[in-house]
Design a protein around this ligand. Structure first.
Ligand code: PLP
Length: 438
């Protein structure tokens, strides 16, 4: 094949139907506020904050200026055995926001890297503690923890796993938390806390003292917005404590205001031992992820190593990149100054009312929602995911960006959305549904 200049062929797009896309490309060429513009000059309302990440919307000058200034001062610093001021300041700021004792921040470049790093930190902690036999991990069906081998092995999505062989050994999956009676339940379902007993059953099967960590998204995001039943996360916490298992919350989507508080751990009042973060940490202006680690884990791994020795043999060339740290600091400053998370919490009831009003459409199979996060599930077409994919494209050409996972539209607008933006979004949903008799 001859690749020509400006051909669409050379770029292999991730998680994309490449051939279909290249027949009718959807290119974004500009972003400002809560809008994108496509290559035809049409305005697109951003209903998923990019991919759950642009909490402050697009084109925030303060963040862009901070990145630009940083790059002109120091474009790169080695990340091993040498530092620069950025991550020390950013880690302190993040640690001030995290719950309780999660005061140590390990920077990475994505959510997937955060997950793999958290798994390795869990293993390192247990080894330092004389419990090297703890090598198993427990996750959940319908979970998404990124696409590195750790995250893929934890994943509870068949499509994300089936191509890639046997994956990591020693991973056990609990059942997901979405029960039939949870259809159209707004907020936390009242039933289903007992599904957490799956963790206890796994402990009884393989030995609780062989499990390093249990990893869950507080609200499962990419797999269709599954809100945890009342008491479910508390129950996981209790079982983890009983068996000495670390509890890790994957807050890559939930973190930084999406749930109405800074972290979902605070919304649900359950404190994990580690949290994985990414996305809105920099408003997605620069790639960055992080693992927030509780004091005892840091102290155990770091203090038990011989003096002068590297304590954790793990890290990336771009860990705590100066541009990402600058973006993170500027982003956190805006969150604080504009009370972004409080405003998002205030908008949540209006947003959820609007989204749940779609219930009357015959094309809608189910709706879930919490904070500024909602899953709108359409009735499947000929094959699972087909209608969702078509709906995503139609909404886009009608002026609304919504990410679909299978048949579930993941509505997760920038936290700076106004009521008018919500109304505009709903008009577009209605227009597209009406065209299909809904
Ligand atoms: N964990 C969760 C809960 C996510 O939603 C995602 C991405 O959507 C990831 C991890 C992976 O993040 P990334 O795509 O930055 O690697």
């Amino acid at each position: 094949m001859q690749v020509t200049t400006n051909s669409l062929d050379a770029y292999w797009m991730p998680f994309t139907a490449n051939r279909d896309f290249k027949d009718e490309p959807r290119l974004l060429v500009k972003g400002e506020g809560v809008y994108y513009w496509n290559h035809k000059g049409e305005k697109i309302l951003d209903g998923t904050a990019g991919l759950f990440c642009c909490a402050l919307g697009h084109g925030r000058k303060e963040i862009i200026d901070a990145v630009s200034h940083q790059l002109s001062e120091l474009d790169y610093s080695p990340s091993f055995n040498i530092g620069h001021p950025g991550p020390f300041e950013l880690a302190s700021k993040i640690a001030a926001l995290t719950p309780d004792t999660l005061n140590h921040i390990f920077f990475v470049n994505s959510g997937s890297e955060a997950i793999d790093s958290a798994m390795k930190i869990a293993l390192a902690y247990h080894r330092s503690n004389g419990q090297a036999q703890r090598q198993r991990f427990v996750s959940r069906e319908r979970s998404y923890h990124g696409v590195n081998f750790g995250g893929t092995s934890l994943s509870g999505l068949m499509k994300n796993r089936e191509t890639f062989g046997t994956l990591l050994p020693g991973i056990h999956h609990m059942r997901h938390t979405h029960l039939p009676e949870h259809s159209f339940v707004r907020g936390q379902p009242e039933t289903g806390a007992d599904l957490a007993e799956d963790l206890q059953r796994i402990c009884e099967l393989v030995g609780g003292d062989t499990i390093a960590a249990c990893i869950v998204e507080p609200i499962a995001g990419s797999t269709g917005i599954l809100v945890p039943p009342v008491g479910y996360l508390d129950r996981l916490r209790e079982i983890c404590d009983r068996h000495g298992i670390l509890l890790i919350f994957d807050e890559v989507i939930c973190g930084f205001g999406r749930s109405g508080k800074t972290f979902a751990a605070q919304s649900f009042n359950v404190t994990p031992d580690m949290m994985t973060l990414a996305k809105a940490i920099t408003n997605a202006v620069q790639p960055m992820g992080a693992v927030a680690v509780k004091d005892e884990i840091y102290a155990t791994v770091v203090d038990k190593a011989p003096p002068g020795a590297i304590e954790l043999f793990h890290g990336y060339t771009y860990s705590a990149h100066p541009a990402a740290c600058a973006a993170g600091l500027a982003t956190l400053a805006i969150y604080e100054r504009e009370n972004t998370f409080e405003k998002a919490a205030e908008l949540s009831p209006y947003f959820l009312d609007a989204i749940f009003s779609l219930k009357d459409s015959p094309l809608i199979k189910d709706i879930r929602g919490y904070g500024l996060l909602a899953g709108v599930e359409v009735v499947p077409g000929a094959a699972p995911g087909q209608r969702g994919y078509e709906m995503m494209k139609e909404l886009f050409w009608e002026g609304l960006h919504i990410k679909f996972t299978g048949d579930v539209g993941c509505v997760s607008p920038p936290l700076i959305f106004s009521r008018d933006n919500v109304d505009e979004m709903m008009r577009i949903w209605r227009r597209v549904l009406a065209r299909h008799g809904g």
